[in-house]
Design a protein around this ligand. Sequence first.
Ligand code: ACO
Length: 339
Amino acid sequence: MKKNKRAAIVGVSGYVPSYVLTNKELEQMVDTSDEWITSRTGIKERRILKGQGLGTSFMGINAVQSLLQKTETDPETIDLLICATITPDVITPATANIIAHAVGATNAFSYDLQAACSGFLYALDTAAQFISSGRAKKIIVVGADKMSSITNYSDRATCILFGDGAGAVLVTAYDADYDTDGGYGILDTICKTDGAGQDLLHQKAGGSKLPASHETIDAQQHYIYQDGQTVFKAAITAMSQVVLDIMAKNSLTAADLAYLVPHQANKRILQVVADRAGIPSEKVMLNINKFGNTTAATIPLCLWEYEKKLKQGDKLILTAFGGGFTWGAIYMAWAYDGA
Ligand code: ACO
C-alpha cells in the first residue's frame, strides 16, 4: 500500500533589520529601565524596520531570497508559499503573494495564514499536510512580522516586548523509505485554539467590525493590546501542557530531546515551560535577548540561528502560544547536519 509522505525542513534562513532598539533607548521613550525589562522579560534589544513604505514583505523577501540561495533552489520549482503574519503589508493582497512574486516563485500558489504568535507552527503543520497528501513537493513557510507597525511606543507594558523580523524554511518530502529512514522530518503535531481568549490579546479596530476611522485612531485602537499577566499565565499553562502531551504521545523523555524551540514571548515563560518538562536550559533555543518577540518569526529565527549546531536525527519540539488564543507543538527529527 502506498504510504503518505513525511515532510521535513531541509533549509532555513532569516532576516532582521539593521536598526537596534536598545533598552537604553526605550528608557528615553517611556518610564522604564534596562534592569526592569531585562529581569522581567530577558530582552536587551530588538530590531526595528525603518524606512518609508517598507512592510513585512520586505523582510520576508530577504529571508526567502537567502533561503533559495543557500539551498540552491530554483524559485520556479516552489509549489506553495505560506506566510504566517499578523502584520501583512495590506489586508489584501496577501503578503505571501507579494513575496512569491518578488522572488520569482511563478509556479507557486500562495496565501497568508493568521494565528498570531502560533502562526509559524500552524503554517508548518499546513505545509506538512500538503506534502503528506502529495499535493505539493516543495513549500516555503515564512513567519514574518513588523510588530513595530502595531506597537504603541507610549505604552511601557507592550512596547518593550516586540521586534521586527522574518524567518523562512524550505519544506519537502523526505526521500528515504518511510519505514526505515530513522524517522527524519515532522513526526507529530498538536494544534489548539480557544477563542475565549480573544479579548485578552488583540487589536480593537481596523477590521470589518470596527474599520479605521478618525475615532478609532484617536482612541488608539489600532495598536496591539494585551492583559499581560493573564496572557503570561495562559501561555505558561498551555505551552507546558502541550509540550508534556506531545512528549507523552511519543514516549519521549527530556533526555531524548536535542532542543526545545519555544516561541520567544518572555524568558521567564520559556524557563517555566522547560522546567515543567524537565528540559535543562542548555537545551532551550533562546534569542529573545537580541530580537524580542517577533510574533510569527521567533521560531524560524531560532532555527536559523541554531542551524549550525543541529545534526541529522536531533529530536526537537517546537512550541508556541499567541493571540486567539492559539497554541501547539510540533515534534520533529531534524533532517540534515547544520554544519
Ligand atoms: N517598565 C517599568 N515598569 C513597568 C513596565 C515597564 N516596561 N511595564 C509595566 N510596569 C509596571 C506596572 O505598571 C506595574 O506597576 P504597579 O505594580 O505599580 O502597578 C508593575 O510593573 C508590574 O506589572 P505587571 O504587569 O504585573 O508586570 P509583569 O511581571 O506581569 O510583566 C509583562 C509584564 C512583561 C508584560 C508580562 O506580563 C508578560 O510578559 N506577559 C506576557 C505577554 C506576552 O508575552 N505577550 C506577547 C504576545 S503573546 C505571546 O507571545 C505569548
